[in-house]
Design a protein around this ligand. Sequence first.
Ligand code: FMN
Length: 129
Amino acid sequence: MREFKTAILQADAILIVTPEYNYSVPGVLKNAIDWASRPYGENAWNAKPVGIMGASIGMLGTARAQYHLRQMFVFLNMLPLNQPEVMIANADEKFDMDGNLKDEKTAQKIRELLQALAAWTKMLKKARM
Ligand SMILES: Cc1cc2nc3c(=O)[nH]c(=O)nc-3n(C[C@H](O)[C@H](O)[C@H](O)COP(=O)(O)O)c2cc1C
């Protein structure tokens, strides 16, 4: 846990990529988020820029899990990137058997998110100086 928290503290930004479990985030992801937020007053997530994306075999592409994450970011005081949202629906059609992304439109959206997260991180860094 100490190593996990150090890695978060040293990161310029966080990127969370998640599936959706029962209309929310998987328990293991919630657990990792919770552990790194404690003890009270030593929240490793504090003021971190964060981007989210997710993939699901369903039609909503992890939308509900992603909005639950955004709710957690309020108390964690994380600074989420709002746009673009990357919610990869019908993921079974978009990846090959080896897990490689084969859908160019989705690949482009992911590139846009990564570029926007980098720009968001730089903007926040500048604002802090
Ligand atoms: C307990 C559980 C709950 C799930 N709930 C959702 C859900 O709410 N929405 C969704 O789109 N997919 C849901 N899925 C499907 C997963 O997103 C995923 O597509 C599927 O589990 C295949 O990935 P895996 O082999 O990593 O589990 C769920 C899967 C599990 C195991």
